[in-house]
Design a protein around this ligand. Structure first.
Ligand SMILES: [Fe+2]
Ligand SMILES: [Fe+2]
Length: 261
């Protein structure tokens, strides 16, 4: 069974690219299930009903998210209408939405997806992601061995540690949040596919999806400025993971880089 993982989708440029490229990639690789990170879909900040609807053609099965999940405040009241959207599972209690669930793939198999947020350099008050992962994976295992974890985190050390922590317990641990794809995709010793970050769907001519001149002004002078999203010269980065559906173990992981315009 094959999975397509798509990095943080940034702005309408990112959404257009996903609508065009996801069906092509599905065909090319024989994809059964798509997981995308949507935390920057709405003009770079969060997501909402409108942006989720705009991605209908891409047939994404599950949207994960991260620290920007509530940037569009109205989404606090909308998330419950979207059973295929996850917010990080280890956010403090009392927040709407859900952090993990079991979904039925088009081939009828059960796929567990878990979204977790890191604690190092992310600036949120998330609970310990390792303890959350342990508890959720144990709960899911009674229903399926096919489990994917989107670990939305900044520090490479925290992400690599999570890969080893869950090796042999889940099918894949993939990182998001940095918007830069890493060159360390591998299947770990006990059968878990791992990559520190799958990257983003955003502009090649940008700083993590934002206008270069604005970011340079901030770094070079310290003067705060608004960082507009760049919606041209989009590249989609992500990964394709093959899983043995009988065991839930990963067979392979390969990174994807596709220029859109
Ligand atoms: Fe992001
Ligand atoms: Fe993020």
């Amino acid at each position: 069974m094959k999975f397509l993982l798509i990095g943080d989708i940034v702005g309408h440029g990112g959404r257009n690219a996903v609508n065009a490229l996801a069906p092509q990639l599905r065909e090319e690789f024989g994809i059964d299930f798509i997981i995308a990170n949507g935390e920057n879909m709405a003009g770079g900040r969060g997501m909402n009903t409108k942006t989720l609807k705009s991605l209908d053609e891409s047939e994404i099965d599950v949207f994960a998210s991260g620290d920007h999940i509530w940037d569009q405040r109205q989404f606090l009241g909308e998330i419950e209408n979207w059973p295929n959207v996850l917010r990080p599972a280890n956010l403090p209690k009392g927040q709407p939405g859900k952090g993990y669930d079991i979904f039925i793939a088009k081939n009828g198999l059960k796929v567990g997806v878990i979204n977790l947020l890191g604690q190092v350099f992310v600036g949120t008050n998330a609970d310990n992601p390792f303890q959350a992962a342990e508890q959720i994976v144990e709960e899911m295992k009674s229903q399926t061995d096919i489990i994917f974890v989107d670990f939305h985190a900044e520090a490479t050390s925290e992400k690599i540690a999570m890969g080893f922590f869950l090796d042999g317990k889940v099918s894949c641990v993939f990182g998001t949040h940095t918007h830069v794809q890493t060159n360390d995709a591998k299947v770990l010793e006990n059968g878990t596919a791992y990559i520190t970050d799958i990257g983003m769907v955003g502009s090649r001519n940008s700083v993590l999806g934002r206008k270069v001149s604005a970011v340079l002004k901030k770094f070079s002078t310290g003067i705060p400025s608004s960082f507009d999203v760049v919606n041209s010269a989009i590249t989609l980065t992500g990964a394709v993971v093959e899983v043995d559906e009988k065991t839930g173990k990963a067979v392979s992981i390969q990174t994807i880089v596709r220029d859109f315009d």
